[in-house]
Design a protein around this ligand. Structure first.
Ligand code: AMP
Ligand code: ZN
Length: 273
């Protein structure tokens, strides 16, 4: 799940409230390229009696294409990782600025400066394309976040700006050095099957099988692939909060308990992590 530390709509505390309201007892927060939500979410989860596994969703790059890598239970203070994540966030800010310039040139100017200045006031906040999507909606150029991505912001659309970033295998190795476990996020959504054998050879420990954008056939296929490559299985709702366009999965897409137990054992997870 995502919080306002990246592109979620709920603060860490609000997210815990939503989780409790759904009757969920175990959660993991995986904000994009930041651990800034960890303290608040683990404090709120402890009060609410919810078990919380700390995580992250790091954007790696392969041939100019984004590859999302989940990371769990690493040392957030590992110096090399701290530097890496800070560079990732700087590149997000640079990219968003360029998206703003591009949208203006395309004749659909948006006001991004206010939102970016506001975001910059929160330490460790990771900016992203959903902010440009919200600005397009606010300016009346599109009717929804989804339309903003479909027309302008998605890969291959006119306001898509490539990012700079590490190779997926480098992220696997870095998170391992920081004591954590990586999982290739939603490979069916982003069509990343071709990367899996090389990533497994590079030490990838897990793949995400359960995700709102995996249909039943894909879920079965990735489950099978996890067996074939002897990988751990991860999964979740990828919840981004009400109004994000990505709020459907909460409580409906989740990791089966047996898989969570295996992941928890491998990461050495305890509460609090
Ligand atoms: P970025 O992190 O800047 O690459 O933005 C990617 C994020 O935008 C994803 O993690 C989603 O939260 C969101 N996103 C991507 N595609 C869509 C879409 N079609 N509709 C709504 N949100 C999207
Ligand atoms: Zn997101």
């Amino acid at each position: 799940m995502h919080t306002t530390a990246s592109d979620g709509r709920s603060t860490p505390s609000q997210l815990v409230d939503e989780v409790v309201a759904m009757g969920i007892t175990t959660m993991a927060v995986v904000d994009h390229d930041t651990t800034a939500g960890w303290d608040e979410v683990s404090a709120a989860a402890a009060v609410a009696g919810v078990a919380c596994m700390p995580g992250i969703e790091i954007t790696a790059v392969d041939h100019g294409r984004d590859v999302h890598m989940l990371g769990y239970c690493f040392d957030r203070n590992y110096p090399e990782l701290v530097t890496f994540l800070s560079t990732q966030r700087e590149d997000r800010t640079r990219r968003l600025r360029e998206i703003g310039d591009r949208l203006a040139r395309l004749g659909v100017p948006v006001d991004l400066q206010g939102a970016m200045a506001e975001a910059a006031r929160s330490a460790g906040r990771a900016m992203g394309r959903p902010m440009a999507a919200a600005a397009l909606v606010a300016a009346g150029h599109v009717a929804s976040i989804r339309e903003a991505f479909d027309r302008y912001l998605a890969e291959g659309r006119p306001a898509f700006i490539e990012r700079q970033g590490a190779q997926p295998a480098a992220v696997v190795a870095l998170v391992a050095r920081a004591g954590g476990v990586t999982s290739l996020a939603h490979p069916g959504k982003t069509q990343k099957d071709h990367l899996i054998p090389d990533l497994v050879a590079a030490g990838l420990p897990a793949i995400e099988v359960y995700h709102p954008e995996h249909d039943a056939a894909e879920t079965a296929r990735y489950r099978q692939m996890a067996d074939t490559f002897n990988l751990l299985v991860t999964g979740g709702s990828d919840y981004h909060g009400v109004g994000s366009g990505r709020s459907q999965g909460l409580g409906q897409f989740y990791l089966p308990a047996a898989d969570f137990t295996r992941l928890a054992e491998r990461t050495g997870w305890t509460i609090p992590c």
